[in-house]
Write a protein that binds this ligand. Structure first.
Ligand code: MG
Length: 320
């Protein structure tokens, strides 16, 4: 159905199409312009982290992916990788199902098998990343992202995590992928040199934290090589960590290159998130990967929640 806004958008594209078509009479320019209108009007560009659909997707993966595409999502980020499968489906079959639905698999979320990193389990972590990267490279996935926070109880431990991320980045690169890290709120706690615990939010007030105290996320950024590790900032969890995702995007323009677009539940409903400012800064930074993530849906199916998120983005004038 064409509403007034769509009509105006088409009308201006029509004019632009005519101008781009350039030579010839108005009539032929208009004819040339027709496919331009359709392509440009086709879709906004945003993706979905499939974790948002949880078990509901597992009930009918091919049908579910088609539904996702029908809502306006054009790419996805995988979750649930294990032993060469995504959930119960082989990687090759999953790729075919995504292709059939018209969805590009751009990214994947995978956690290594250990949480506390040290010299003695470093090789185990690297072997895991090698197999994981190779499995995903086979189906053309470009972004290999760790979504879970390893143990980071001190500046030193966090710096070592950075070293491990760099090594993972080398492995991903060799497989033709990029390695990234996705945050929750815990990364915005502070750690101290030689510490055994982290300090969250208001708990820092009134404390005499020593010199060298650092926000874990900043410490991770400082200890990773920009050519090997990118950051996928989850904007909701950043806010929950009492920090401003826009400020982080301004400060780390070339490091934060992918976003998780998330709210307390369905996008835009809580009033907690200033998505207009977030998208404005993201476009200014040249960010192209936006993965919607949904948790905590109540009184509705996950599919309905995911559709609600897509509707919000499709109706938001600030989303391209
Ligand atoms: Mg997230």
């Amino acid at each position: 159905m064409t509403n007034r806004r769509d009509f105006l958008r088409n009308a201006s594209l029509f004019t632009l199409g005519g101008l781009l078509a350039g030579k010839g009479s108005m009539a032929s320019a208009a004819t040339n312009a027709a496919p331009v209108i359709n392509n440009a009007h086709a879709k906004k560009s945003f993706g979905l982290q499939i974790y948002s659909l949880g078990r509901e997707l597992g009930e009918d993966v091919p049908g579910g992916l088609k539904k996702v595409a029908g809502m306006g999502y054009s790419y996805i980020e995988l979750a649930g990788y294990r032993d060469g499968k995504i959930g119960q489906v082989s990687m090759a079959d999953f790729k075919k199902m995504a292709d059939d639905a018209g969805l590009v698999i751009r990214s994947t979320h995978v956690n290594p098998p250990v949480n506390a990193y040290n010299q003695s389990n470093k090789q185990q972590i690297m072997d895991f990343w090698k197999k994981t990267a190779d499995d995903h490279a086979k189906i053309g996935v470009k972004l290999l992202i760790q979504p879970g926070q390893p143990s980071t109880r001190s500046v030193e431990e966090t710096s070592f995590v950075g070293e491990i991320f760099n090594e993972a980045g080398k492995i991903a690169k060799a497989a033709g992928m990029s390695f990234g890290y996705h945050n929750h709120s815990g990364e915005f706690a502070r750690v101290i040199p030689g510490g055994r615990e982290s300090f969250v939010g208001r708990s820092i007030f009134g404390r005499n934290l020593p010199e060298g105290t650092e926000i874990i996320y900043d410490c991770m950024l400082r200890n990773t090589d920009p050519s090997l590790v990118f950051f996928e900032t989850d904007v909701y969890w950043t806010v929950m960590g009492q920090q401003d995702p826009v400020e982080y995007m301004q400060k780390y323009k070339n490091r934060i290159t992918v976003l998780h677009i998330k709210d307390k539940a369905v996008l835009g409903k809580s009033g907690m998130m200033n998505f207009e400012m977030i998208f404005k800064q993201a476009y200014e930074n040249g960010i192209k990967d936006f993965f919607v993530e949904l948790e905590n849906v109540q009184n509705m199916s996950q599919f309905d929640g995911v559709k609600g998120c897509a509707d919000y983005l499709n109706n938001a004038s600030f989303v391209k």
